[in-house]
Design a protein around this ligand. Structure first.
Ligand code: F6R
Length: 615
């Protein structure tokens, strides 16, 4: 949450900062602001409530003096509403110092009291301003921005990435991080800072991830990283695997539309080099091979859409590898007393790799002795760095707030993990292993087929733009898809939506069914001997008898749904565990189209941010 960018070099910084903010806007869009040190060595700032476009227009109408050093921020409000005054940057040292912040300073109230007692005045309700004023005070005492940072970070609790510039030190940007992300972009005669590599990938594809509790100073000709005690830190640069065009809309109406269209590639790239005819190759797991082979229990930790991917991982791991799996929301896991044994394997799932709830849960599990494996889509992110091993999905950058291609890539990675576990334990006969490998490799083409039905789903969505409530039902692997379908609709179209296990309906929720109630039902394949198909058809009949309008997602050739469903969306044939990778796609498209039909911004739904870096 909140996007941060910093620049020092030789070109006009405003263009670099605004370009970086445009790519980071998915992290928060309540307000935006910039600060630059101009050619005269003066600090100028400009900030506005609203999306980045408001700031862009304002800067065009009221230009500020540009320079070659600057910082920029796009905000997801925590302390204080989305107003001009609460927008970042915040100033210290009588307006000579500008600070931007991502995270929450938990002890800000007591620090604020301390400053108020000294007669300091505040012009915002934010926790960030406390850090700006403290930095200003320490700068006056030390005359050095990096030294001032070291004094201040020791007084802050909570999560923060802070960047600052000062008029007196015009050629540097200083940043510090604890529990929030910060990455350096290495240029020629210029350097960058960003919440993630998207901030600067159009200028350089060489980056360095800043570790926990470290302070970085960037200058045009170099970088310096120290820990909070001032000791130098060695940092290892990495190459960014995608280029700037990957994070552009590329002619699509929205990032979400583009990212859904990229789902076949997200799955194919996640499988690349890992899927053979006889087995899977996951060298990333070698360092923890003994721990995973000996695990007697797996706990999957994730939030939101990633947790629904985790539920599918549970079905696959239990079926193929026979290891008991629990799936838990990271924030619920962390604050109870979970039983973690030496043979517990923790698998975290996070597209961003920065979700604070998941990060805290992973740290807690690791400190409790568990082996931790991270499934993540973002290079250099904190959660994989804090884990014993990382299995990257290769979905490419996901910019739209609602997760789509990352979900199918996460499920793919979980299935690869499940198959590898089965190999290590010898739990799957060779023929079953081969059949699963073949099914996995066929998923990209089958998703591409589902994408071809987009026009029909758009029609369906347009006809439902006045709908106030939609229910989603599924059994077994259809259940997480029902939950995901409901989540997508809530977050994008602001329509009340609930996902239920179809068998649970008669235990209460069926009371919600009234004539005309729209219900999506994920129908399992009728071809599988152990299929729940007849039971789901019975569930449809129960709700139809009470007036529900049923939209079935069913495989090609399933004629049993025709008499009971009002609408049918077809997906290609797949065996049960692979069906959710196909069934989720129409639900993503439906939510996007319904939101678009209501005139809503599908990439930036209200109140949300893509990377949830506060607890
Ligand atoms: C929903 C959505 C969220 C995320 C969740 C976890 O569309 O995007 O529910 O899935 O916030 O985010 P990551 O995967 O970055 O940890």
């Amino acid at each position: 949450m909140c996007g941060i960018v910093g620049y020092v070099g030789s070109r006009p910084s405003l263009g670099v900062l605004m370009g970086g903010l445009r790519r980071l806007e998915y992290r928060g869009y309540d307000s935006a602001g910039v600060a630059v040190i101009d050619a005269e060595g003066r600090l100028s700032t400009h900030k506005r409530a609203g999306k980045l476009g408001v700031l862009t227009q304002d800067l065009a109408a009221h230009p500020i003096a540009d320079g070659v050093t600057g910082i920029g921020h796009t905000r997801w409000a925590t302390h204080g509403g989305p107003t001009d005054a609460n927008a970042h940057p915040h100033l210290g040292d009588d307006g000579k110092l500008a600070v931007i912040h991502n995270g929450i300073i938990e002890n800000f109230a007591e620090l604020k009291d301390e400053l108020l007692a000294e007669g300091v005045t505040f012009s915002s309700e934010t926790d960030t301003e406390v850090a700006a004023l403290l930095l200003g005070r320490e700068y006056r005492a030390t005359g050095d921005l990096t030294a001032a940072f070291r004094k201040v970070v020791g007084r802050l609790t909570g999560a923060f990435t802070l960047l600052a510039i000062h008029e007196d030190q015009p050629g540097i940007v200083v940043g510090a991080r604890r529990n929030s992300p910060l990455v350096i972009g290495l240029g020629e005669g210029e350097n960058f800072l960003g919440s993630d590599v998207a901030a600067f990938v159009e200028h350089t594809r060489r980056a360095v991830a800043i570790g926990q509790d470290q302070i970085v100073t960037i200058r045009p000709d170099g970088i310096e990283v120290v820990d909070f005690a001032g000791q130098p830190v060695e940092s290892e640069p990495f190459d960014i695997a995608w280029d700037a065009s990957a994070a552009d809309k590329g002619g699509w109406s929205s990032f979400m539309a583009k990212e859904i269209s990229e789902e076949p590639a997200a799955v194919a790239n996640t499988l690349l080099t890992r899927l053979g005819d006889e087995g899977v190759t996951l060298p990333e797991l070698e360092g923890i091979a003994d721990d995973i082979a000996g695990a007697d229990r797996i706990i999957i930790l994730a939030c939101g859409t990633a947790a629904y991917a985790g539920m599918l991982g549970k079905y696959a791991i239990e079926k193929w590898a026979g290891i008991p799996v629990e799936v838990e929301l990271s924030h619920e896991f962390r604050y109870r007393d979970p039983v973690i044994g030496p043979k517990t394997l923790i698998v975290s799932i996070s597209q961003s790799g920065e979700t604070m709830d998941t990060l805290m849960a992973v740290k807690y599990a690791r400190e409790s002795g568990a082996t931790t494996l991270s499934i993540c889509n973002t290079q250099g992110a904190t959660i994989p760095r804090e884990s014993d091993a990382a299995l990257y999905t290769h979905a490419g950058p996901e910019v739209a707030v609602a997760s789509t291609k990352a979900f199918v890539a996460q499920v793919t990675a979980l299935y690869l993990l499940a198959l590898r576990l089965a190999e290590l334990r010898g739990t799957l006969p060779a023929a079953a292993m081969r059949a699963n490998l073949a099914e996995l490799s066929a998923v990209p083409d089958k998703i591409a087929t589902v994408l071809g039905t987009g026009a029909g789903i758009r029609e369906l969505a347009r006809g439902m733009s006045d709908t106030r409530s939609v229910l989603f039902l599924g059994r077994h692997v259809g259940y997480p898809i029902a939950l995901e379908g409901a989540l997508k609709l809530k977050e994008l179209a602001y329509i009340h939506a609930e996902g239920f296990a179809a068998g649970e309906l008669k235990h209460g929720p069926i009371a919600l069914i009234e004539p005309g109630q729209r219900v999506f039902v994920v129908v399992p394949s009728p071809r599988d001997a152990s299929s729940l198909h007849p039971k789901v058809v019975s569930n449809i009949q129960e709700i139809r008898a009470r007036g529900a309008h049923v939209i079935a997602i069913a495989e090609q050739g399933d004629v049993a749904v025709l008499p009971v469903a009002d609408d049918v969306i077809r997906i290609p044939l797949a065996s049960p565990l692979f069906e959710p990778l196909l069934a989720v796609v129409p639900l993503q498209i439906f939510a996007m189209e319904l939101a678009a039909a209501k005139g809503l911004d599908v990439d930036q739904p209200r109140n949300l941010a893509k990377s949830v870096t506060v607890e």
